[in-house]
Design a protein around this ligand. Structure first.
Ligand code: NDP
Ligand SMILES: O=C(O)C1=N[C@H](C(=O)O)C[C@H](O)C1
Length: 245
């Protein structure tokens, strides 16, 4: 059976790539493309909507889709615990599934998993995320999610705050503190989406780096998510939940 897909943010950098990838897949088709100014009810023909819009609008989009029994694959960033709890609440008692994935690139998913595994072995950790300068938000959703995973792993291992003797940082050079992890955001022409997680302990460091050099890197993950979500109910956070990690 062909999966009917609606794309929210279809004219955006990611939305346009999703339209191309769905068109090229023989088990799904794009039945709705929604952009700013379009009526969201245009997605009513879809079984699954894929949202790559903006953190300011994604919650309304997901709420509308869930209320209308349309499964969602959400790549838009800006999801914190409160937002995820709200989506889970909307899904309660419904036969609808929502997947929220901070990053659809297979290597990014693996690198987050590796970082979570490494976290308990190192006293120091910092995240550097590097993106194109037209990115709407900072830090990236991937960095925030990685910090969350690392923070939880450190807490479970009984590790305290990473060592840092800085006493004078009037300009915030030490970055944002998220889940006790320093996160630094670089915005640079020529980049697409990149992340380094740096771990340090006595006499050694470990760097886990992932680079998306083209937005087609996200498409196998998006298509996997579309194929999976049609048979699921409830909230799934992270593409790793659909992979055999
Ligand atoms: N999870 C992942 O793997 C990835 C996630 N992302 C995330 O996806 C999001 C989009 O990124 P990107 O494609 O680069 O951004 P773009 O700005 O290129 O695309 C977003 C598109 O959404 C449109 N839009 C805004 N509001 C609405 C709305 N209410 N309904 C429908 N369309 C709307 C925008 O229109 P207009 O320009 O007119 O405002 C724009 O065309 C970001 O949050 C980004 O972080 C990006 C890459 C990978
Ligand atoms: O805006 C982007 O480009 C990206 N956004 C996502 C994020 O915020 O983590 C995923 C990827 O980093 C690309």
């Amino acid at each position: 059976m062909t999966i009917r897909v609606g794309v929210l943010g279809a004219q955006g950098r990611m939305g346009a790539e999703v339209c191309r990838a769905v068109d090229a897949a023989d088990d799904m088709e794009v039945v709705a493309k929604v952009d700013v100014g379009d009526d969201i009810s245009d997605i009513s023909a879809a079984q699954v909507v894929v949202d790559f819009t903006h953190p300011d609008v994604v919650m309304d989009n997901v709420k509308y889709a869930v209320e209308n029994g349309i499964h969602c694959v959400v790549g838009t960033s800006g999801f914190n615990t409160e937002r995820l709890d709200a989506v889970a609440g909307w899904l309660d008692g419904k036969d609808t599934g929502v997947l929220v994935a901070p990053n659809f690139a297979i290597g990014a998913v693996l690198s987050m998993h590796f970082a979570e595994l490494a976290a308990k072995y190192y006293e120091s950790v910092e995240i550097i995320e590097l993106h194109h300068p037209r990115k709407a938000d900072a830090p990236s959703g991937t960095a925030a999610h990685t910090a969350r995973l690392i923070g939880a792993a450190r807490a479970a291992a009984g590790l305290g705050t990473p060592p840092d003797a800085t006493t004078h940082d009037p300009d915030g050079a030490r970055g944002a503190l998220m889940d006790d992890v320093r996160v630094h955001a670089v915005r640079l022409s020529g980049l697409i989406a990149h992340q380094e997680v740096l771990f340090g302990g006595p006499g050694e460091t470990l760097t886990i780096r992932h680079d998306s050099m083209d937005r087609n890197s996200f498409m196998p993950g998006v298509l996997l998510a579309v194929r999976s979500i049609v048979d699921r109910t409830g909230l799934i956070v992270g593409l790793d939940k659909l992979m055999d990690l």
